[in-house]
Ligand binder design. Structure first.
Ligand code: GDP
Ligand code: MG
Length: 441
């Protein structure tokens, strides 16, 4: 998909004002991107319409292509729709003991999220938290919460067999008041699908507990179905916010957008793994980038604009086109990479580079490598930097010793330089370099 969007960039490299055709072409692809990310059709349609109105006739900023600019407008609109008012992660927990009710389908992550939130409230706000499992359906569900509680040092309501969820909720309420708790979290049972009994049970618990927050936990991988679930729960029980789990997986987050657009309920937290601290406040920008499947290309463009001066880029480009790319250029590139958040930061932002970023991480090639490479270049003489072909064995030894590094690392640097120089030369010949650099800066 990011290939498709890059394709749009390529076709729209002309400068000037955004023409209606530019916008239409780009939006056709964006629409497919949205649908592929599981955004519902009416929501996608509304969004495209809003973008069309904003984009038409806008003048193109000098440093980005029209395609990029349209995508930026789409991105901003996505953020706008996804963004709730205020601080998403701030839970209403004044007037202790404040009840929080967790609802959702079976396996969506309610119990895990209950423990995650409890830990967060305890660690960050010093709150005294009580957790209670109301799940009388699944065997060992109550024990599951108890075990998690022990792991994070948060109390759980003692288990009494034979009670129904309403009775447990009442007992939790009393225990929370008596025990001087700031918050008590009620973890309810789920079903595989919404049914009348599940809803009736949750509603009965709600009436007893009168929760300050009712958080709907939704599996971020479930796609379209999540919207129906959210609508149903909100209609019948009334939710104050959504927690999207499994956002560490491959899900594109389109459901988040649809859910937000259809129910109007803010997404408060995002679950990012099975560990009990793998939760964070919802960041609209991140999910917007994910939906468009382009990493954070928007912020890459913005960052590049901030950090590289246009004329410097232009000068560099001219040199590269002539096939000149020496160690001074290389150092400038490395500096640039460091400034843009290092290898990982940069690769994570480039479309299709997520995998490469992972490889970089695994190979241990990180910022410290960039810094060591810069140190090696700094140990070269002026002549050597301008003429890397001079770097023979004795010089290599001197440079390595001078920077306190090994010849092996210098060899890697030289190899990388040669590959980059070759690539620049090839691209320069086909005029591709110009396009690639325009795309970047
Ligand atoms: P419940 O039935 O709604 O209470 O769901 P559970 O809390 O028992 O979670 C079901 C499974 O999903 C467990 O194996 C959890 O570890 C896992 N899980 C929950 N949240 C996340 C998440 O954000 N990311 C990942 N990868 N797994 C999660
Ligand atoms: Mg559970």
């Amino acid at each position: 998909l990011s290939d498709r969007l890059s394709g749009v960039f390529d076709r729209l490299t002309k400068q000037g004002a955004l023409s209606e055709d530019d916008v239409k072409t780009a939006l056709r692809e964006v629409r497919i991107a949205l649908l592929e990310a599981d955004v519902s059709l009416p929501v996608a349609r509304d969004l495209i319409k809003a973008v069309q109105e904003k984009a038409s006739g806008q003048s193109v900023t000098k440093s980005v292509t029209p395609g990029q600019q349209v995508v930026k407008i789409v991105h901003d609109e996505l953020v706008h729709v996804l963004q709730g008012d205020g601080d998403p992660g701030a839970l209403k927990i004044d007037n202790p003991p404040a009840p929080i009710l967790m609802v959702g389908l079976q396996g969506s992550g309610k119990t895990t999220t209950t423990a995650k939130l409890a830990k967060r409230l305890k660690d960050r706000e010093g709150k005294k938290v009580l957790m209670a499992s109301l799940d009388v359906n699944r065997p060992a569900a109550m024990e599951q919460l108890q075990i998690l509680g022990a792991q994070i040092g948060v109390d759980t309501l003692p288990i009494v067999k034979g009670e129904d969820p309403v009775q447990i909720a009442k007992r939790a309420k009393t225990a929370a008041a008596m025990g001087g708790y700031d918050v008590y979290i009620l973890d309810t049972a789920g079903r595989l699908h919404i049914d009348a009994e599940l809803i009736a049970q949750a509603a009965a618990v709600r009436d007893v507990a009168q929760p300050r927050e009712t958080l709907l936990v939704v599996d971020g991988l479930t796609g379209q179905d999540a919207v129906n679930v959210a609508t149903e729960f909100d209609d019948k029980i009334g939710v104050t916010g959504v927690v999207l789990t499994r956002m560490d997986g491959d899900g594109r987050g389109g459901a988040a957008l649809s859910m937000r657009a259809v129910t109007g309920k803010p997404i408060r937290f995002v679950g990012l793994g099975e560990k009990l601290d793998a939760i964070e406040e919802f960041h609209a920008e991140r999910v917007a980038g994910r939906i468009l499947g382009m990493g954070d290309i928007v912020s890459l463009v913005e960052k590049a604009q901030q950090t590289i001066e246009a004329d410097q880029a232009e000068r560099m480009m001219k040199r590269f086109q002539k096939g000149r790319f020496n160690m001074n250029d290389m150092r400038m590139q490395l500096d640039q990479m460091l400034k843009m958040g290092g290898m990982e930061g940069m690769m994570g932002m480039m479309p299709g580079m997520k995998k490469a970023a992972k490889q970089v991480e695994e190979s241990g090639m990180d910022d410290s490598v960039l810094k060591r490479q810069i140190a090696l270049i700094n140990s070269m003489t002026k002549t050597e930097r301008a003429n890397p072909q001079l770097l023979q064995a004795s010089r290599k030894k001197r440079i390595a010793a001078g920077s306190g590094l090994e010849v092996r690392e210098l060899n890697q640097l030289i190899k990388m330089h040669r590959q980059m120089a070759d690539m620049m030369k090839k691209m320069g010949k086909g005029g591709m370099l110009k396009q690639a650099m325009k795309g970047m800066f």
